[in-house]
Ligand binder design. Structure first.
Ligand code: NAD
Ligand code: LMR
Length: 329
């Protein structure tokens, strides 16, 4: 049976992440090895030529699943019929720049894109915001799309999730595939909280396997939370291939489900669970099934975790209030 291609819109297609992302979407990693895709690339006018070059390279791969590439500088056209939207295009943080500074620089991008999604995307649209500050940019886009169910707007904390798994594997000598049920809470920023208290390493409680709360507090959490800044320091540019990989993981898991007994981390609109004010786009532990996600309920939040979740949520509240002041939501 021939399947109808899924329309995937990618913004910032000519950027670093775009370059690492598009080839993996086209080769079936985003949605599945049997799902044909059409790419709809959005760039600003200065980025169009480079996007055309990338499209030429995509053509040259002769990917069996790639059924078309269109390039636009108008969001209304780029989101026409979109089933999946990856909002990557934004101004990356550069050395010495605080994420808070990005709010006004990027806010203007996400409001018109949210409106274009509202007016033109397919009914089953799923949105992942990668461009920073991702959680708050997702909030801006969502607010501009009142006709789209709010839960379709998500922000990427999967890179943080993957980073945390990798750090735990290094510390304990476990294989990354042995690590389950890790959670990133809060904002995709240095205040995020990678939580191992419910995680398992080869079936055993991760906090017990590590047995060293000082390592958690002084090494693990800061390493994961500040990894983005460390990559910028080392590369002179923000993470790109690992960010693209995490975007692929996020959407693949959302569409195809989490494994039995495991969960993942996604920035999603809060329903008030775990004391996170309803409506904030915050990272939670979630399971996915049949293209929908659900927050994992009933986890015990100890004092150590509570203080850290609250600190990250407080930052999200500040960001929300700042964009409200700017009239962006
Ligand atoms: P980049 O500068 O290489 O590329 C950004 C691209 O977006 C550019 O080609 C630019 O022309 C384009 N662009 C800018 N405004 C646009 C608009 N209004 N519409 C369409 N395209 C537009 O940056 P990058 O390295 O690809 O990073 C992109 C974003 O992803 C940054 O905000 C970065 O901070 C963020 N990021 C997020 C995570 C995460 O885990 N959530 C990880 C890494 C990077
Ligand atoms: C990352 O986590 O690598 C990025 O979000 C860092 C950044 O600020 O671009």
């Amino acid at each position: 049976m021939t399947r109808t291609p899924v329309n995937v819109t990618v913004t910032g297609a000519a950027g670093q992440i775009g370059y690492a992302l598009l080839f993996r979407i086209a080769s079936g990693h985003l949605l599945g090895a049997d799902v044909p895709v059409k790419l709809r690339l959005l760039e600003i006018p200065q980025g169009l030529k480079a996007a055309e070059g990338t499209a030429m390279e995509l053509d040259d791969c002769a990917f069996p699943l790639l059924k078309g590439i269109d390039i636009f500088d108008d969001p209304n056209q780029a989101f026409e019929g979109a089933n999946v939207a990856l909002l990557v295009g934004a101004r990356p943080r550069t050395k010495g720049m605080e994420r808070g500074d990005l709010l006004s620089a990027n806010g203007g991008i996400f409001k018109p894109q949210g409106k274009a999604i509202n007016d033109h995307a397919a009914d089953d649209i799923k949105v992942l915001v990668v461009g920073n500050p991702a959680n708050t940019n997702a909030l801006i886009a969502q607010a501009a799309a009142p006709d789209v169910p709010a839960e379709r707007f998500t922000a990427m904390t999967r890179l943080d999730h993957n980073r945390a798994i990798s750090q735990l594997a290094k510390k304990t000598g476990a294989d990354v595939t042995d690590i389950k049920r890790l959670t990133i809470w809060g904002n995709h920023s240095a205040t995020q909280y990678p939580d191992v208290f419910h995680a398992e390493i080869a079936g055993k409680n991760a906090a017990e396997v590590i047995g060293d709360q000082a390592w958690l507090a002084d090494e693990f959490i800061p390493t994961v939370a500040k990894r983005g800044a460390a990559i910028i320091e080392a590369r002179g540019a923000s993470s790109a291939a690992s960010a693209a990989n995490a975007a692929i993981d996020h959407v693949h898991t959302w569409v195809n489900g989490t494994a039995e007994g495991d969960w993942t981390s996604m920035g999603i609109p809060s329903d008030g669970s775990y004391g996170v004010p309803a409506g904030l786009i915050s990272s939670f532990p979630v399971t996915c099934k049949d293209g929908k996600y659900e927050i994992v309920q009933g986890l015990d939040v100890n004092e150590f975790s509570r203080a850290r979740i609250d600190a990250s949520v407080a930052e999200l509240i500040e960001e929300r209030d700042a964009v409200r002041e700017l009239g962006l939501i």
